[in-house]
Ligand binder design. Structure first.
Ligand SMILES: Nc1ncnc2c1ncn2[C@@H]1O[C@H](COP(=O)(O)OP(=O)(O)OP(=O)(O)O)[C@@H](O)[C@H]1O
Ligand SMILES: [Mg+2]
Length: 336
């Protein structure tokens, strides 16, 4: 197998007497759309800043295409950084320059041949669907359009990896969708690798093939995006995943049912036989009160909210049996 694009080996970052990142290891392969999620203050931004050494790790090593960049001299590091593009939550465009000049500026700074600069900039503006806005200024654009300019600017130098720190977090849902679709579209045509930080779990499950969850500086869980959403292990991950399904139900449903449960099943496990078997074998009723199918990395994941009615003994037996067949979590009441 070829060398991974990026490998973090036990990276820690210490500020004063606290660790913002502790012992974080991860591997990103060419073509990955790798996401990092986690609550505010988890250390996501600090971790991503170690990738291009905007933040120097206190301990640990960073490898880019197999080369330990934590050991490079300034000149070699500068060369490596050209292969690492970055976009930010607040776009960081130059206000007094046109859209075109914003992209050209990045190409100039990276030493692109003079006669290619404008052509390349227009090519990338076209790729993000903004060629016709080239002469406008950032203030003339929507948030989604500004971020698409930032994407064009970052990709114009053809980096190997694009780092995105909360690139959609300042945007409303429509603009978020616009930026997400732009990234997906580009990704389907170019062999770019993306490392994307977000606290928006809906963005995470539509974009990523792999995901790492951070909390208190540590990576607490990582794996294929589908697997993490289908079967979260850590309490923090469970809570992030569960709230991302938006299973809020009216209070009346909770008054009516003693307890509600969420069954998560992968698309090829049909739930009907399980529900009917449980009601038959354990003499309980299993009303279905909500549910949906989500697609993650193109694969269906079913989420079903059920009640379990019957005497206590039968209910316990039914619950225990379901747990041997599928993932079952208790659903707690949340105000909308
Ligand atoms: N330069 C710094 N000096 C001191 N402490 C810092 C510095 N940068 C970050 N921290 C602390 O490190 C911790 C992790 O911060 P970081 O910004 O990486 O979190 P985050 O996961 O990106 O959070 P958010 O989702 O809010 O962006 C926080 O407790 C933060 O206060
Ligand atoms: Mg952050």
């Amino acid at each position: 197998m070829s060398e991974p694009i990026l490998r973090l080996d036990k990276v820690s970052v210490q500020f004063n007497d606290t660790f913002a990142v502790k012992d974080a290891s991860l591997t990103i392969n060419e073509g990955d759309f790798f996401g990092i999620v986690g609550p505010s203050g988890a250390g996501k931004s600090t971790l991503v800043r170690t990738v291009n050494l905007l933040q120097k790790p206190t301990l640990g090593k960073v490898f880019f295409e197999g080369v330990e960049i934590t050991a490079l001299n300034k000149k070699d590091l500068r060369q490596t950084r050209l292969k690492i593009g970055m976009i930010f939550q607040h776009f960081n465009l130059i206000k007094n320059s046109s859209v075109l000049d914003n992209v050209c500026f990045a190409l100039k700074a990276a030493g692109a041949p003079k006669d290619e600069i404008k052509k390349k900039a227009l090519f990338w503006l076209d790729r993000v669907g903004l060629k016709d806005k080239a002469s406008l200024f950032p203030s003339d654009l929507s948030g989604g359009q500004k971020q698409r300019v930032a994407i064009a600017r970052a990709l114009a130098n053809e980096p190997k990896i694009l780092l995105c720190d909360e690139a959609t977090s300042a945007l409303d849902p429509n603009n978020t969708k616009e930026v997400v679709n732009t990234l997906k579209e580009i990704k389907s045509h170019y062999p770019i690798t993306v490392l994307f930080i977000t606290h928006q779990m809906e963005v995470a499950r539509t974009l990523f093939n792999k995901i790492a969850v951070m909390d208190s500086g540590k990576i607490i869980e990582q794996g294929l995006c589908y697997d993490v959403f289908a079967n979260p292990q850590h309490e923090i991950t469970k809570s992030l995943v569960s709230s991302s399904w938006h299973l809020e139900l009216p209070h009346e449903v909770f008054l009516h049912e003693k307890e509600l449960f969420v069954i998560t099943y992968s698309g090829n496990n049909a739930y009907e036989p399980l529900i009917s078997k449980v009601s038959r074998d354990f003499a309980v009723q299993v009303p279905i009160v909500g549910g949906k199918i989500e697609y993650i990395s193109g694969k269906p994941l079913g989420i079903l909210v059920i009640g379990i009615q019957g005497n206590a003994e039968n209910r316990t037996a039914a619950i225990n049996f379901i747990k041997t067949q599928a993932r079952l979590d208790r659903l707690t009441y949340k105000e909308d």
